[in-house]
Ligand binder design. Structure first.
Ligand SMILES: Cc1ncc(COP(=O)(O)O)c(C=O)c1O
Length: 394
Protein backbone atom coordinates (compact mmCIF):
# COMPACT_ATOMS: atom_id res chain seq x y z
CA UNK A 1 0.00 0.00 0.00
CA UNK A 2 1.17 3.52 -0.69
CA UNK A 3 1.66 5.97 2.15
CA UNK A 4 -0.13 8.91 0.57
CA UNK A 5 -3.84 9.08 -0.02
CA UNK A 6 -5.45 8.95 -3.42
CA UNK A 7 -6.37 12.61 -3.15
CA UNK A 8 -2.77 13.58 -2.35
CA UNK A 9 -1.39 11.57 -5.24
CA UNK A 10 -3.49 13.33 -7.82
CA UNK A 11 -3.08 16.76 -6.23
CA UNK A 12 0.68 16.39 -6.01
CA UNK A 13 1.04 15.19 -9.61
CA UNK A 14 -1.31 17.86 -10.90
CA UNK A 15 0.61 20.53 -9.00
CA UNK A 16 4.15 19.44 -9.77
CA UNK A 17 4.32 17.24 -12.87
CA UNK A 18 5.28 18.92 -16.15
CA UNK A 19 1.74 19.01 -17.50
CA UNK A 20 2.64 17.53 -20.88
CA UNK A 21 0.59 14.37 -20.33
CA UNK A 22 -3.17 14.07 -20.57
CA UNK A 23 -3.93 12.09 -17.42
CA UNK A 24 -6.64 9.52 -16.86
CA UNK A 25 -8.30 9.80 -13.43
CA UNK A 26 -6.80 6.57 -12.16
CA UNK A 27 -3.96 5.92 -9.69
CA UNK A 28 -2.20 2.64 -10.40
CA UNK A 29 -0.30 1.18 -7.48
CA UNK A 30 0.39 -2.48 -8.32
CA UNK A 31 0.75 -4.86 -11.23
CA UNK A 32 0.85 -8.61 -11.66
CA UNK A 33 1.02 -10.38 -15.01
CA UNK A 34 -1.61 -8.82 -17.27
CA UNK A 35 -3.44 -7.12 -14.40
CA UNK A 36 -3.11 -3.66 -12.87
CA UNK A 37 -4.63 -2.54 -9.56
CA UNK A 38 -5.68 0.96 -8.51
CA UNK A 39 -5.39 2.54 -5.07
CA UNK A 40 -8.93 1.42 -4.19
CA UNK A 41 -8.04 -2.20 -4.93
CA UNK A 42 -9.93 -2.35 -8.25
CA UNK A 43 -8.47 -4.69 -10.85
CA UNK A 44 -7.99 -3.90 -14.56
CA UNK A 45 -7.07 -6.02 -17.56
CA UNK A 46 -4.07 -4.20 -18.99
CA UNK A 47 -4.13 -3.75 -22.76
CA UNK A 48 -1.85 -0.69 -22.46
CA UNK A 49 1.06 -2.93 -21.53
CA UNK A 50 3.23 -0.01 -20.44
CA UNK A 51 2.88 1.35 -24.02
CA UNK A 52 4.77 -1.77 -25.13
CA UNK A 53 7.22 -2.01 -22.23
CA UNK A 54 5.35 -4.77 -20.37
CA UNK A 55 5.57 -7.66 -22.85
CA UNK A 56 6.57 -9.93 -19.96
CA UNK A 57 3.69 -8.77 -17.80
CA UNK A 58 4.02 -6.72 -14.64
CA UNK A 59 6.59 -7.74 -12.04
CA UNK A 60 7.71 -10.92 -13.79
CA UNK A 61 9.26 -12.96 -10.95
CA UNK A 62 12.50 -13.70 -12.83
CA UNK A 63 13.04 -9.99 -13.62
CA UNK A 64 12.20 -8.96 -10.05
CA UNK A 65 14.65 -11.53 -8.65
CA UNK A 66 17.43 -10.41 -11.04
CA UNK A 67 16.91 -6.75 -10.11
CA UNK A 68 16.93 -7.58 -6.38
CA UNK A 69 20.15 -9.53 -6.68
CA UNK A 70 21.94 -6.97 -8.86
CA UNK A 71 20.78 -4.08 -6.66
CA UNK A 72 22.86 -5.51 -3.82
CA UNK A 73 25.90 -6.17 -6.03
CA UNK A 74 26.54 -3.22 -8.36
CA UNK A 75 24.12 -0.58 -9.64
CA UNK A 76 26.33 1.59 -11.77
CA UNK A 77 29.39 0.97 -13.92
CA UNK A 78 30.08 3.19 -16.91
CA UNK A 79 31.27 1.69 -20.17
CA UNK A 80 34.84 2.84 -19.62
CA UNK A 81 35.06 -0.38 -17.55
CA UNK A 82 34.08 -3.93 -18.46
CA UNK A 83 31.19 -5.53 -16.57
CA UNK A 84 30.06 -9.17 -16.32
CA UNK A 85 26.31 -8.50 -16.72
CA UNK A 86 26.84 -6.17 -19.67
CA UNK A 87 29.01 -8.72 -21.45
CA UNK A 88 26.40 -11.43 -20.99
CA UNK A 89 23.57 -9.20 -22.19
CA UNK A 90 25.49 -8.08 -25.29
CA UNK A 91 26.17 -11.72 -26.13
CA UNK A 92 22.48 -12.72 -25.77
CA UNK A 93 21.02 -9.66 -27.51
CA UNK A 94 23.30 -9.78 -30.54
CA UNK A 95 22.79 -13.55 -30.93
CA UNK A 96 19.00 -13.12 -30.91
CA UNK A 97 19.12 -10.23 -33.36
CA UNK A 98 21.70 -11.89 -35.61
CA UNK A 99 23.66 -8.60 -35.54
CA UNK A 100 27.22 -8.47 -34.23
CA UNK A 101 27.28 -5.39 -31.97
CA UNK A 102 25.03 -3.13 -29.90
CA UNK A 103 25.18 0.31 -28.27
CA UNK A 104 23.34 0.31 -24.94
CA UNK A 105 21.33 3.33 -23.81
CA UNK A 106 18.22 4.26 -21.84
CA UNK A 107 15.15 4.81 -24.02
CA UNK A 108 13.64 4.37 -27.45
CA UNK A 109 14.32 7.92 -28.58
CA UNK A 110 17.96 7.59 -27.53
CA UNK A 111 18.25 4.31 -29.44
CA UNK A 112 16.83 6.02 -32.55
CA UNK A 113 19.18 9.01 -32.12
CA UNK A 114 22.04 6.51 -31.95
CA UNK A 115 20.97 4.78 -35.16
CA UNK A 116 20.68 8.04 -37.07
CA UNK A 117 24.05 9.28 -35.80
CA UNK A 118 25.76 5.98 -36.62
CA UNK A 119 24.23 6.02 -40.12
CA UNK A 120 25.67 9.49 -40.71
CA UNK A 121 29.03 8.40 -39.29
CA UNK A 122 29.18 5.23 -41.38
CA UNK A 123 28.15 6.83 -44.68
CA UNK A 124 29.50 10.36 -44.34
CA UNK A 125 26.13 11.43 -45.76
CA UNK A 126 23.46 13.68 -44.21
CA UNK A 127 20.03 12.83 -45.57
CA UNK A 128 17.51 10.75 -43.61
CA UNK A 129 14.36 9.32 -45.22
CA UNK A 130 11.44 8.43 -42.92
CA UNK A 131 7.84 7.43 -43.57
CA UNK A 132 4.38 8.92 -42.98
CA UNK A 133 2.89 8.66 -40.37
CA UNK A 134 5.89 7.12 -38.61
CA UNK A 135 6.82 7.72 -34.98
CA UNK A 136 10.39 7.49 -33.72
CA UNK A 137 10.52 9.50 -30.48
CA UNK A 138 10.65 13.05 -29.22
CA UNK A 139 14.29 14.09 -28.95
CA UNK A 140 15.34 16.46 -31.73
CA UNK A 141 16.87 13.88 -34.11
CA UNK A 142 14.20 11.25 -33.49
CA UNK A 143 11.49 13.93 -33.64
CA UNK A 144 12.80 15.02 -37.02
CA UNK A 145 12.09 11.47 -38.25
CA UNK A 146 8.63 11.49 -36.60
CA UNK A 147 5.94 12.63 -38.99
CA UNK A 148 3.00 14.04 -37.01
CA UNK A 149 3.07 17.86 -37.26
CA UNK A 150 1.48 18.23 -33.81
CA UNK A 151 4.63 16.74 -32.24
CA UNK A 152 7.02 18.57 -34.58
CA UNK A 153 5.77 22.08 -35.17
CA UNK A 154 6.22 23.53 -31.64
CA UNK A 155 9.93 22.63 -31.79
CA UNK A 156 10.94 23.78 -35.24
CA UNK A 157 13.50 24.29 -36.63
CA UNK A 158 14.28 20.57 -36.39
CA UNK A 159 17.37 18.76 -37.65
CA UNK A 160 17.93 19.52 -41.35
CA UNK A 161 18.03 16.99 -44.23
CA UNK A 162 15.11 14.79 -43.17
CA UNK A 163 12.24 13.96 -45.53
CA UNK A 164 9.07 11.90 -45.24
CA UNK A 165 7.66 9.58 -47.88
CA UNK A 166 4.45 7.55 -48.16
CA UNK A 167 4.54 4.21 -46.27
CA UNK A 168 4.14 0.98 -48.22
CA UNK A 169 4.94 2.87 -51.46
CA UNK A 170 8.11 1.53 -53.07
CA UNK A 171 7.95 3.97 -55.98
CA UNK A 172 8.09 6.87 -53.50
CA UNK A 173 11.12 5.25 -51.84
CA UNK A 174 12.79 4.71 -55.20
CA UNK A 175 12.42 8.42 -55.95
CA UNK A 176 13.61 9.56 -52.51
CA UNK A 177 16.65 7.35 -51.83
CA UNK A 178 19.73 8.78 -53.54
CA UNK A 179 23.51 8.69 -53.28
CA UNK A 180 23.10 11.37 -50.59
CA UNK A 181 20.89 9.25 -48.33
CA UNK A 182 22.53 8.21 -45.06
CA UNK A 183 19.57 6.18 -43.76
CA UNK A 184 16.03 5.08 -44.34
CA UNK A 185 14.14 4.52 -41.07
CA UNK A 186 10.97 2.45 -40.97
CA UNK A 187 8.71 0.54 -38.56
CA UNK A 188 7.57 -2.97 -39.55
CA UNK A 189 4.21 -2.09 -38.00
CA UNK A 190 3.66 1.62 -37.46
CA UNK A 191 2.56 1.82 -33.83
CA UNK A 192 1.69 5.37 -32.78
CA UNK A 193 0.84 6.08 -36.42
CA UNK A 194 -2.23 3.81 -36.22
CA UNK A 195 -1.11 0.14 -36.02
CA UNK A 196 -0.32 -0.13 -39.74
CA UNK A 197 1.60 -3.24 -40.83
CA UNK A 198 3.98 -2.88 -43.78
CA UNK A 199 3.93 -5.27 -46.75
CA UNK A 200 6.79 -7.76 -46.76
CA UNK A 201 7.56 -6.96 -50.41
CA UNK A 202 7.75 -3.25 -49.59
CA UNK A 203 10.21 -3.83 -46.74
CA UNK A 204 12.36 -6.17 -48.84
CA UNK A 205 12.32 -3.61 -51.66
CA UNK A 206 13.29 -0.83 -49.26
CA UNK A 207 16.24 -2.89 -48.02
CA UNK A 208 17.34 -3.62 -51.59
CA UNK A 209 17.21 0.10 -52.48
CA UNK A 210 19.31 0.94 -49.40
CA UNK A 211 21.88 -1.71 -50.31
CA UNK A 212 22.04 -0.62 -53.94
CA UNK A 213 22.43 3.09 -53.11
CA UNK A 214 24.77 2.86 -50.11
CA UNK A 215 22.18 3.98 -47.52
CA UNK A 216 21.72 2.31 -44.12
CA UNK A 217 18.48 0.38 -43.58
CA UNK A 218 17.22 1.28 -40.08
CA UNK A 219 14.37 -0.83 -38.72
CA UNK A 220 12.84 0.80 -35.63
CA UNK A 221 11.77 -2.12 -33.40
CA UNK A 222 11.21 -0.04 -30.27
CA UNK A 223 7.51 -0.99 -30.21
CA UNK A 224 7.53 -4.18 -32.30
CA UNK A 225 10.50 -5.88 -30.61
CA UNK A 226 10.75 -8.59 -27.95
CA UNK A 227 8.00 -10.87 -29.17
CA UNK A 228 5.20 -8.35 -29.61
CA UNK A 229 4.33 -9.27 -33.21
CA UNK A 230 4.81 -13.03 -32.94
CA UNK A 231 8.55 -13.15 -33.75
CA UNK A 232 11.35 -12.04 -31.46
CA UNK A 233 11.83 -9.06 -33.77
CA UNK A 234 9.16 -8.10 -36.31
CA UNK A 235 11.60 -7.88 -39.26
CA UNK A 236 12.14 -11.64 -38.84
CA UNK A 237 8.67 -12.17 -40.39
CA UNK A 238 10.22 -11.02 -43.67
CA UNK A 239 13.84 -12.26 -43.32
CA UNK A 240 15.23 -8.72 -43.40
CA UNK A 241 18.79 -7.73 -42.48
CA UNK A 242 18.71 -4.29 -40.84
CA UNK A 243 21.94 -2.31 -40.70
CA UNK A 244 20.80 -0.60 -37.51
CA UNK A 245 17.96 -1.61 -35.21
CA UNK A 246 16.85 0.62 -32.32
CA UNK A 247 15.04 -1.30 -29.55
CA UNK A 248 13.81 -0.33 -26.06
CA UNK A 249 10.46 -0.67 -24.22
CA UNK A 250 10.30 -4.37 -23.20
CA UNK A 251 14.04 -5.07 -23.44
CA UNK A 252 14.56 -5.07 -19.67
CA UNK A 253 11.21 -6.42 -18.48
CA UNK A 254 9.81 -2.97 -17.66
CA UNK A 255 12.73 -0.94 -16.38
CA UNK A 256 14.22 1.82 -18.58
CA UNK A 257 16.69 0.66 -21.22
CA UNK A 258 17.34 1.06 -24.92
CA UNK A 259 19.81 -0.39 -27.39
CA UNK A 260 20.83 0.10 -30.98
CA UNK A 261 21.86 -3.12 -32.71
CA UNK A 262 24.62 -2.62 -35.28
CA UNK A 263 24.99 -4.65 -38.48
CA UNK A 264 28.05 -5.60 -40.55
CA UNK A 265 27.67 -2.71 -43.03
CA UNK A 266 28.31 -0.12 -40.32
CA UNK A 267 32.01 -0.95 -40.01
CA UNK A 268 34.30 0.51 -37.35
CA UNK A 269 32.92 3.43 -35.36
CA UNK A 270 35.48 6.05 -34.29
CA UNK A 271 36.01 6.11 -30.47
CA UNK A 272 34.40 8.95 -28.46
CA UNK A 273 31.86 9.80 -31.18
CA UNK A 274 28.89 8.74 -28.98
CA UNK A 275 28.16 7.73 -25.41
CA UNK A 276 25.73 7.69 -22.46
CA UNK A 277 26.49 7.83 -18.72
CA UNK A 278 23.91 5.21 -17.78
CA UNK A 279 24.23 3.15 -20.98
CA UNK A 280 24.89 -0.51 -20.19
CA UNK A 281 24.46 -0.07 -16.44
CA UNK A 282 24.54 -3.41 -14.60
CA UNK A 283 21.05 -3.07 -13.09
CA UNK A 284 19.37 -2.65 -16.48
CA UNK A 285 21.61 -5.34 -18.00
CA UNK A 286 20.71 -7.87 -15.26
CA UNK A 287 17.01 -7.12 -15.78
CA UNK A 288 17.39 -7.45 -19.56
CA UNK A 289 19.17 -10.81 -19.27
CA UNK A 290 16.33 -12.13 -17.11
CA UNK A 291 13.69 -10.64 -19.42
CA UNK A 292 15.22 -12.10 -22.58
CA UNK A 293 15.66 -15.52 -20.95
CA UNK A 294 12.02 -15.49 -19.83
CA UNK A 295 10.80 -14.47 -23.32
CA UNK A 296 12.75 -17.39 -24.79
CA UNK A 297 12.00 -19.99 -22.09
CA UNK A 298 8.29 -19.20 -22.04
CA UNK A 299 8.18 -19.04 -25.86
CA UNK A 300 6.31 -15.74 -25.63
CA UNK A 301 6.74 -14.71 -29.30
CA UNK A 302 4.88 -17.90 -30.32
CA UNK A 303 2.25 -17.15 -27.70
CA UNK A 304 1.84 -13.64 -29.16
CA UNK A 305 1.42 -15.15 -32.64
CA UNK A 306 -1.21 -17.65 -31.49
CA UNK A 307 -3.18 -15.32 -29.21
CA UNK A 308 -2.87 -12.44 -31.68
CA UNK A 309 -4.27 -14.58 -34.51
CA UNK A 310 -7.14 -15.63 -32.27
CA UNK A 311 -7.82 -12.03 -31.17
CA UNK A 312 -7.87 -10.67 -34.72
CA UNK A 313 -10.45 -13.32 -35.66
CA UNK A 314 -12.44 -12.66 -32.50
CA UNK A 315 -12.53 -8.91 -33.22
CA UNK A 316 -13.66 -9.52 -36.79
CA UNK A 317 -17.13 -10.06 -35.24
CA UNK A 318 -17.33 -6.49 -33.91
CA UNK A 319 -20.26 -4.34 -35.11
CA UNK A 320 -19.07 -3.17 -38.50
CA UNK A 321 -21.08 0.04 -38.52
CA UNK A 322 -18.74 1.32 -35.79
CA UNK A 323 -15.52 -0.24 -37.08
CA UNK A 324 -13.67 0.68 -40.25
CA UNK A 325 -10.94 -1.97 -39.99
CA UNK A 326 -9.29 -4.38 -37.56
CA UNK A 327 -5.58 -4.94 -38.26
CA UNK A 328 -2.34 -5.95 -36.62
CA UNK A 329 0.43 -8.49 -36.25
CA UNK A 330 0.71 -10.82 -33.25
CA UNK A 331 -0.45 -9.04 -30.11
CA UNK A 332 -0.13 -5.57 -31.66
CA UNK A 333 -3.71 -4.89 -32.64
CA UNK A 334 -5.53 -1.79 -33.90
CA UNK A 335 -9.27 -1.27 -34.26
CA UNK A 336 -9.92 1.70 -36.52
CA UNK A 337 -13.26 3.22 -35.54
CA UNK A 338 -15.58 5.41 -37.55
CA UNK A 339 -15.69 7.78 -34.57
CA UNK A 340 -13.31 9.18 -31.96
CA UNK A 341 -11.60 6.66 -29.70
CA UNK A 342 -11.51 8.70 -26.45
CA UNK A 343 -15.09 7.90 -25.26
CA UNK A 344 -14.40 4.23 -25.97
CA UNK A 345 -11.27 4.32 -23.81
CA UNK A 346 -13.22 5.90 -20.95
CA UNK A 347 -16.05 3.40 -21.17
CA UNK A 348 -13.59 0.49 -21.29
CA UNK A 349 -11.90 1.77 -18.14
CA UNK A 350 -15.30 1.80 -16.39
CA UNK A 351 -15.58 -1.88 -17.36
CA UNK A 352 -12.13 -2.74 -16.00
CA UNK A 353 -10.16 -2.71 -19.26
CA UNK A 354 -7.31 -0.27 -19.98
CA UNK A 355 -6.37 0.35 -23.62
CA UNK A 356 -4.51 2.90 -25.76
CA UNK A 357 -5.31 5.21 -28.64
CA UNK A 358 -3.21 5.52 -31.80
CA UNK A 359 -4.23 8.84 -33.28
CA UNK A 360 -7.82 10.06 -32.94
CA UNK A 361 -9.76 7.04 -34.15
CA UNK A 362 -7.69 3.89 -33.58
CA UNK A 363 -8.11 1.75 -30.46
CA UNK A 364 -4.68 0.17 -29.87
CA UNK A 365 -4.20 -3.02 -27.87
CA UNK A 366 -0.73 -3.94 -26.54
CA UNK A 367 -1.46 -6.57 -23.88
CA UNK A 368 1.37 -8.26 -22.01
CA UNK A 369 2.24 -11.43 -23.94
CA UNK A 370 1.58 -13.48 -20.78
CA UNK A 371 -2.12 -12.55 -20.88
CA UNK A 372 -4.50 -15.53 -20.80
CA UNK A 373 -7.00 -16.22 -23.55
CA UNK A 374 -9.76 -15.90 -20.91
CA UNK A 375 -8.54 -12.38 -20.00
CA UNK A 376 -8.43 -11.45 -23.70
CA UNK A 377 -11.96 -12.81 -24.15
CA UNK A 378 -13.18 -10.70 -21.20
CA UNK A 379 -11.53 -7.66 -22.79
CA UNK A 380 -13.03 -8.47 -26.22
CA UNK A 381 -16.49 -8.73 -24.64
CA UNK A 382 -15.98 -5.33 -23.00
CA UNK A 383 -14.94 -3.81 -26.34
CA UNK A 384 -17.97 -5.34 -28.02
CA UNK A 385 -20.31 -4.01 -25.32
CA UNK A 386 -18.80 -0.52 -25.38
CA UNK A 387 -18.97 -0.30 -29.18
CA UNK A 388 -22.60 -1.43 -29.08
CA UNK A 389 -23.36 1.35 -26.55
CA UNK A 390 -21.68 4.34 -28.19
CA UNK A 391 -23.81 6.48 -30.48
CA UNK A 392 -23.15 6.31 -34.25
CA UNK A 393 -21.26 9.61 -34.31
CA UNK A 394 -19.32 10.82 -31.29
C1 LIG B 1 8.54 2.98 -32.93
C2 LIG B 1 8.99 3.85 -31.79
N1 LIG B 1 10.20 4.41 -31.82
C3 LIG B 1 10.64 5.18 -30.81
C4 LIG B 1 9.85 5.44 -29.71
C5 LIG B 1 10.37 6.32 -28.61
O1 LIG B 1 10.59 5.56 -27.45
P1 LIG B 1 10.73 6.27 -26.02
O2 LIG B 1 9.37 6.73 -25.63
O3 LIG B 1 11.26 5.17 -25.12
O4 LIG B 1 11.70 7.37 -26.18
C6 LIG B 1 8.58 4.88 -29.64
C7 LIG B 1 7.69 5.16 -28.49
O5 LIG B 1 6.52 4.92 -28.50
C8 LIG B 1 8.13 4.06 -30.71
O6 LIG B 1 6.91 3.51 -30.70
Amino acid sequence: MTDITRQDTRQLEDAHASGVYVKRPLTIVRGEGALLFDDAGNQYIDLVGGQGSANLGHCHPAVVAAIREQAGTLLNCTEIFYNDKRALLLDKLTALAGMPRAFLCNSGAEAVETALKFARLATGRKEIVATMPGFHGRTMGALSATWDPKYREPFEPLVPAYRHIAYNDLAAADAAITDQTAAVIVEVVQGEGGVRPADGDYLRGLQALCNARGAMFVVDEVQTGFGRTGKFFAHQHYSLTPDLMPVAKSIAGGIPMGACLIGERIGTLPPMTHGATFGGNPLACAAAIAAIDALVNEDLPARAAALGGWLLERLADLPTDKVREVRGLGLMVGIELRSKVSPVLRALQDRGVLALPAGLTVLRLLPPLVISQAQLETAAQAIEAVLAEIPETV
